[in-house]
Design a protein around this ligand. Structure first.
Ligand code: UDP
Ligand code: MG
Length: 160
């Protein structure tokens, strides 16, 4: 089967990655950041804070009719999260691959969820599912001035 959303694009994209409260509580912030850093993506925004209920509801608004929605909002607001913006060629689909399936028991070993989590309701990390949502979510979670454009010294060694 052909899954176009899983095929890395050649465009420079941005994606919103978030370490959820369980990832923070379990001391996995460094490990999760490290996976994206080592892959070669560029970090352009980073902060830790406790997200207000309204923000969690807006972020997950497409899921508001789902039976698990109230529990999801409770989970996301239960402690601090680490919000990140990452940039790179094909970063949206690639980050989703690095993260693994929504259900950590079905996520492949080697992925973040496959290696570090066991339950859908405690799957430690979020990643945008399309370039459009990447832009939407970064605009939602970051204020102007919180993002930083810069050129990593390693760039010529990553892309020819
Ligand atoms: N979720 C849940 N129960 C479900 C499906 C989803 O608690 O049956 C939660 C889970 O934290 C998931 C989030 O809702 O990561 C968003 O769901 P989505 O289907 O967008 O999964 P994701 O994009 O995070 O893999
Ligand atoms: Mg999703």
């Amino acid at each position: 089967i052909f899954l176009p959303h899983l095929v890395a694009s050649l465009e420079v994209e941005e994606t919103y990655i978030m370490v959820k409260p369980d990832g923070v509580q379990r001391g996995l912030v460094g490990e999760i950041i490290s996976r994206f850093e080592k892959k070669g993506f560029k970090l352009t925004g980073l902060k830790l804070f406790r997200c207000p209920k309204e923000l969690a509801q807006e972020h997950y608004k497409d899921l508001q009719s789902k039976p698990f929605f109230p529990k999801l909002i409770e989970y996301i607001t239960s402690g601090p999260v680490v919000s990140m913006a990452w940039e790179g060629v094909g970063v949206v689909a690639s980050a989703r691959k690095l993260i693994g399936s929504t259900n950590p028991l079905q996520a492949e070993p080697g992925t973040i969820r496959g290696d570090l989590a066991v339950q859908t309701g405690r799957n430690i990390v979020h990643g945008s599912d399309s370039p459009e949502n990447g832009k939407r979510e970064i605009a939602l979670w970051f204020k102007e001035g919180e993002l930083c454009q810069w050129t990593p010294a390693q760039e010529p060694w990553l892309v020819e």
